[in-house]
Ligand binder design. Structure first.
Ligand code: FAD
Length: 594
């Protein structure tokens, strides 16, 4: 028996029964679509992930990437896979049909994408960046830029990148030193060094597009002075014909913990020859464009953590069925008692349900957020604004919280296998190494937490937070009506702690305490994540218990919710209590040598 990469039944239950995304088909933007398209996309994603992507996962990790004569060489197995990925139309699967996508809402397409990510995350970052760069140009480019770049990036003919980070500009993007100088012909010369550029060079596409953040001479320091430019590996004419090599080169690649198949490059712009680029968007408007893209990019990183956590859970689940070790606890004195599969041991069952409840909770969080994103596009007026704001409030959880608890789930999967989990004979050590990056890029966990506490909680006078708390109340009431009062009480207690703690942090900030709320930002993000996942589990359990059929699936949804909510309540209370205590020891410490 193979459990595969994703629980299709759970995906369908979430999308159809819980979130009720069918509502979107009633809005003009999605009126052309139906469940049939969704089913087809899921079918082909699973087939493609299993038959073509999965066989490359371990090979590409072992081979890694090389830099030979200034050219990055990727694992040879990627050539065939990239061709198939392009031909399958997977790069722009989340886009409209005019842009080469399925036109389906993201609340649906994130699931087939997650299955592909789980099959080889290192490779996925390549088409992911083609899509990201294309999406950015579609959002911020002029008509000529859109016409030239978007089809080439969404079709995968050219590769995409994102060039923000520099040696002295990591989390502090505004410290970038790369410069842009205007030329008499209207083009720009970009000069500087970007580091950690994912797929900054590769041998899969003829050309590579570099969206680069740089500062025009005289523009102010900080993020407000940054402008976005497009630089190509080769000079490109208006029709997209490639000419001479541009002055942009890969000068090094990183040797790193995970995602070995994904090259992480140092890129020199204008070192020996000018790096010619064109401006995209407005001068000093670079961060505005980046901010627009950030929600999608951060949700995509959360999806990476979910995908690997689910793949790891499913592997551990299968292993626990197959591995025979020890006897049933009631026979522990009998050396001749039959040996049993480890899935029968209470502690192994606990670990499996810890992982599973995290995975199903994260799926619901990312699905709910994607649904709000769809509503923000398909609705109009206040409904669109409210949906967008709610998605923005939850985005730090989708990235920061999901990448941390997703990693923990992968780590637990190794314990399920015992010493065998530590070996390369199983994919879990690779999943563990590959998941770490989700906590770091697109802004570290700490940066996500600061975004949540410093920017998102107080937006619109806390209206989105009130919206979220109101939705929690609605589910709590519904759960009480269907006989889940015990769980409703626990979620209600967490909802109260969430509201109180958010108010407390807001109050501290208003009274001029800048350090206290930042010291508590990450613990608060965990508190909020646990409370939100508990709400989503309660919502899923309420839906399951009122379903027309009451089989193992529905009963397991209630059990999963009960397990998660019971564990989470204690964590939420403990975090709320620690935050309220206001301990400032970390601020007061005299660290040696600081
Ligand atoms: C494999 C890989 C791929 C990447 N791909 C890309 C890419 O394609 N394009 C790109 O532009 N970048 C990329 N990055 C860069 C990535 O986004 C940065 O590494 C990340 O944003 C953190 O920056 P840093 O490494 O300089 O860490 P630092 O900014 O030095 O942070 C170090 C620590 O300090 C904390 N910290 C920093 N500032 C603050 C603050 N003000 N308050 C509280 N805590 C703070 C951080 O949370 C972190 O824990 C990639 C990185 C890696 C490792």
């Amino acid at each position: 028996m193979s459990l595969g990469l994703q629980d299709r039944r759970d995906v369908e239950f979430l999308v159809r029964d819980v979130l009720g995304t069918e509502q979107l088909f009633k809005l003009p933007m999605y009126a052309e679509h139906s469940w049939e398209t969704f089913d087809l996309v899921l079918d082909s994603a699973y087939k493609f992930a299993h038959e073509q992507v999965l066989p490359t996962m371990v090979v590409s990790d072992r081979e890694g990437v090389k830099l030979e004569n200034g050219q990055v060489v990727t694992p040879p197995i990627f050539k065939k896979l990239y061709k198939a990925w392009r031909e399958g139309g997977w790069i722009a699967v989340t886009e409209t049909e005019e842009l080469g996508g399925t036109g389906l809402p993201r609340a649906m397409t994130i699931h087939p994408v997650a299955a592909l990510v789980g099959a080889n995350i290192a490779f996925f970052t390549m088409p992911g960046l083609c899509h990201g760069a294309g999406e950015m140009i579609e959002a911020a480019g002029n008509a000529a830029q859109k016409a030239l770049y978007v089809p080439k990036l969404f079709g995968g003919e050219w590769g995409g990148t994102m060039c923000l980070t520099e040696p002295s500009a990591g989390s502090d993007v505004g410290a970038a030193r790369t410069t842009a100088t205007k030329q008499p012909d209207g083009t720009w010369h970009i000069k500087g060094e970007k580091i950690f550029i994912t797929w900054g060079d590769q041998d899969l596409t003829k050309n590579i597009v570099y969206p680069v953040l740089a500062r025009v001479e005289g523009d102010p320091n900080g993020t407000g002075g940054l402008t976005l430019f497009l630089v190509n590996k080769y000079m490109v004419d208006a029709k997209g014909n490639l000419g001479e090599r541009n002055g942009v080169h890969c000068t090094g690649i990183e040797h790193k913990l995970g995602i070995h198949g994904s090259p992480t490059c140092t890129i020199a712009f204008g070192e020996d020859a000018p790096a010619v680029g064109e401006m995209i968007g407005e001068q000093r408007g670079g961060m505005k464009v980046m901010f627009k893209m950030m929600n999608t990019a951060r949700i995509a990183v959360g999806l990476q953590a979910l995908s690997l956590a689910e793949a790891a859970y499913r592997y551990a689940h299968q292993y626990a069925i197959d591995r025979v070790q020890g006897s049933a606890v009631e026979n522990f004195k009998d050396a001749n008692a039959p040996r049993i599969a480890i899935i029968k041991h209470p502690d192994v069952r606990r670990m499996l349900l810890d992982m599973r409840s995290t995975v199903e909770g994260l799926r619901a969080l990312l699905g709910f957020c994607a649904y709000q994103h769809d509503l923000s596009k398909a609705e109009t007026g206040e409904a669109a604004v409210n949906a967008d704001e709610l998605a923005q409030l939850l985005t730090p959880l989708c990235k920061g919280y999901a990448s941390e608890v997703g990693f923990d789930a992968v780590s637990t999967s190794i314990t399920v296998l015992g010493g065998h989990g530590f070996l390369r004979d199983h994919p879990l050590e690779q999943y563990l190494r590959d998941t770490v990056i989700a906590r770091l890029y697109e802004g570290t966990t700490g940066i996500q937490a600061m975004d949540l506490v410093g920017r998102k909680l107080g937006r619109r006078g806390g209206l989105s937070m009130m919206d979220l708390l109101g939705r929690m109340d609605k589910t709590i009431n519904q759960a009480r009506e269907v006989g889940l009062a015990d769980l409703a009480d626990r979620v209600s207690a967490m909802r109260a702690k969430l509201g109180e703690t958010a108010m407390g942090l807001g109050g501290a900030a208003m009274s001029g305490d800048l350090h206290g709320p930042l010291l508590s930002a990450t613990p608060f993000m965990f508190l909020m994540g646990d409370a939100v996942l508990s709400w989503l589990h309660l919502w899923m359990a309420t839906t399951a218990i009122t379903s027309a059929t009451q089989g193992d699936f529905e009963k397991n949804k209630v059990r999963t919710a009960r397990h998660y909510i019971t564990q989470a309540e204690g964590r939420v209370r403990a975090r709320a209590s620690a935050i309220k205590a206001g301990d400032r020891s970390a601020l007061e410490m005299a660290f040696e040598g600081e």
